[in-house]
Design a protein around this ligand. Structure first.
Ligand SMILES: Nc1nc2c([nH]c(=O)n2[C@H]2C[C@H](O)[C@@H](COP(=O)(O)OP(=O)(O)OP(=O)(O)O)O2)c(=O)[nH]1
Length: 134
């Protein structure tokens, strides 16, 4: 069966203590309650970087720029309704303090502690890459 590819971009914000920011999806919706990296769908005509900068502003109220986004890895995972292709960036420099504008909660965690938080299945292979990097 053919599946359409959904392009979603995500960001790992890393603080001075090498902790990473995760955000809890609201209950009830798809993957409700799971912890994810901030980000969202790339809109038609948008670059991944522009989409990420927009999403970080909308979701967290922080601003950053393309030069502060470093490619880390990507996720490629078949869900029932679509195939997710998700470039993942690392960002260490931004302005503002993240606040949960669209999520239930935010949490700064050490990469090794990510395994204690239920994440979407697409994200699981990313944890090892983060533990290696940080
Ligand atoms: N932002 C983000 N999305 C992720 C991650 N892992 C993962 O599987 N996803 C999936 C969840 C969603 O299906 C999709 C992101 O779409 P979205 O957040 O813009 O949209 P949504 O499903 O919450 O809501 P909707 O606008 O489709 O109603 O990517 C992740 O780490 N971060």
């Amino acid at each position: 069966m053919s599946q359409s590819i959904l392009l979603v971009v995500a960001c790992v914000l890393v603080d001075a203590d090498r902790r990473v920011l995760i955000a809890q999806r609201p209950p009830g919706g798809s993957m409700g309650g799971l912890w994810e990296f901030p980000g969202g769908k790339v809109e038609p005509g948008e670059t991944p970087e522009a989409a990420l900068i927009r999403e970080l502003e909308e979701e967290l109220g922080v601003s950053t720029k393309t030069a502060c986004l470093a490619p880390l890895s990507f996720a490629s995972h078949s869900y029932e309704k679509f195939h997710l292709l998700m470039p993942v960036y690392v960002c260490r420099k931004w302005q503002g303090t993240p606040e949960p504008r669209e999520h239930t909660a935010l949490k700064w965690v050490r990469p090794q502690a990510l395994r204690d938080y239920p994440m979407p299945p697409a994200d699981e292979p990313l944890i090892a890459a983060l533990c290696d990097l940080l």
